[in-house]
Ligand binder design. Structure first.
Ligand code: FAD
Length: 424
């Protein structure tokens, strides 16, 4: 069986993932017995591991993941608010194992690029190629007092804190909830505003008298193309939501139940949900892959290869690229990166050029029934000249019910692409 270009692309970016490994295009890359280690099995890492499996059937693919299950981050605040169950936002990694991918539960602690080895909580792991898909790290150390009192905070961006946030919100009968939003870089910038708006609705629905104070380090809601739409939506909740721009949370004082801004302004809370600033994982900065205090691994935007170490790649939220930090972009970049890695370890690589366009759609809620649209279409320009990425932003700042339906379909398709992968 010979696979054609359409099938190849479908396998790379679309749902027809089972096609890899059988066609002549894939066979070109099939001989490699390389060991490829993927750190992190979120959207990016899981998708990349599956694409690598199909491009390199003889290679050893090892995934190192610190958590027992995949957590679908875009469903986080709906779960926190009791609008969906934990089961609907988690997936088992068995589907990866069923494809012959070795999934090891381990936390990566260090990288030795010279020896091509990572150190983990369960021992060392050597690699021929390494893919970093470990997302962002919530830098709790940037808020004074938080590392010493982690139990005071329940952050919607931290999968480990989600069950606690869910419980606290279920028990919440009134008082002041303080949410905070850091300066960019921010994973999925609309998410904190969506959370505040749905939380206010939740309070109305349950007749809870309380207040939500949103402390935003930015001067207006993010991202900029949606600022006016979110402003209008926040206005509609005036009386419940107090939106305070330009406030960077500097410290938390649990004994006084207060947070204090970098300028010394104090805000009392009964329930706290702060989002700390985003940084690279410590093992990434220690290996010299990101600048100290920065959040991303420096990579080539088309191959995702580290600009410092040629056997290391990075995708998704862990990488500095021109792409949005979204689940859609992480998934699309994972497939593109798998192609580049397959090419790097096989004599000829897949004989066909990878896709040159992809979309990152986003449907931020403004209430339980309506959402906005932010779609970024990317065009990757390869060729003899300096490779470059062009992007086209499409927004609809008018809330519509159709975007809620499109959001559900988008989620279904993306999760199906990864966790619905067949084993044939
Ligand atoms: C609340 C919220 C709402 C969002 N809403 C949307 C949305 O509507 N649409 C959208 O497109 N995107 C949304 N996003 C963003 C999207 O979820 C991320 O961009 C996407 O998950 C990034 O994928 P990733 O694979 O790069 O990283 P992640 O999904 O963060 O995965 C990283 C993985 O690495 C693991 N890991 C980390 N460190 C280590 C280590 N040291 N050792 C081993 N494993 C490690 C983690 O456990 C995790 O499984 C949202 C994010 C949040 C937080």
């Amino acid at each position: 069986m010979v696979i054609n270009r359409r099938q190849f692309l479908a396998g790379l970016l679309g749902a027809g993932v089972a096609l890899f490994g059988v066609g002549s295009q894939a066979r070109a890359a099939a001989n490699s017995k390389a060991r490829i280690v993927v750190v992190g099995a979120g959207v990016g890492g899981s998708r990349a591991a599956l694409a690598l499996r199909r491009l390199l059937p003889n290679a050893e693919i090892v995934v190192l993941e610190k958590e027992p299950n995949f957590v679908w981050r875009p469903g986080a605040f709906e779960y926190a608010l009791g609008l969906r169950t934990w089961d609907t936002i988690t997936r088992s990694y068995e589907v990866l194992a069923a494809q012959g991918i070795k999934v090891k539960r381990a936390t990566v602690q260090g990288i030795d690029p010279a020896r091509q080895r990572v150190t983990t909580t369960t021992g060392p792991q050597d690699y021929d190629l390494l893919l970093l898909a470990s997302g962002i790290r919530l830098a709790t150390e940037t808020i004074k007092g938080l590392d010493q009192n982690p139990q005071v905070n329940a952050c919607v961006y931290d999968p480990l804190q989600l069950p606690s946030l869910h419980k606290r919100l279920a028990a919440y009968q009134g008082g002041t909830i303080v949410l905070s939003i850091p300066q960019p870089p921010l994973q999925c910038p609309p998410a904190p505003y969506e959370f505040a708006l749905l939380l206010s609705e939740h309070m109305r629905r349950h007749k809870i008298k309380g207040k939500i104070v949103v402390l935003d380090a930015n001067t207006s809601p993010q991202p900029t193309p949606l600022a006016s739409a979110f402003d209008a939506a926040l206005q509609r909740h005036k009386g419940v939501i107090e939106y305070v721009p330009w406030i960077q949370v500097g410290a938390v004082v649990p004994a006084a139940k207060r947070v204090v801004s970098a300028d010394g302004e104090a805000f009392s809370y009964d329930l706290l949900s702060l989002i700390p600033r985003h940084r690279a994982a410590r093992f990434i900065t220690e290996a010299g892959l990101a600048q100290a205090g920065d959040a991303f691994v420096e990579v080539d935007p088309l191959s995702f290869r580290s600009t410092r170490f040629e056997t290391i790649y990075a995708i998704g939220d862990a990488a500095r690229t021109p792409y949005a930090r979204t689940a859609s972009a992480a998934s699309a970049c994972a497939a593109l990166c798998a192609y580049a890695m397959a090419k790097a370890v096989s004599a000829t690589g897949p004989e066909i050029e990878p896709p040159t366009t992809f979309d990152s759609p986003c449907y931020p809620y403004v209430n339980g029934e309506q959402a906005l649209l932010l779609r970024i279409a990317y065009a990757l320009k390869r060729g003899n000249k300096e490779p470059r990425v062009e992007s086209h932003v499409q927004t609809d700042t008018e809330p519509h019910a159709k975007y809620v339906a499109q959001r559900a379909a988008w989620e279904h398709d993306l999760l199906q692409q990864i966790f619905g992968a067949s084993t044939d």
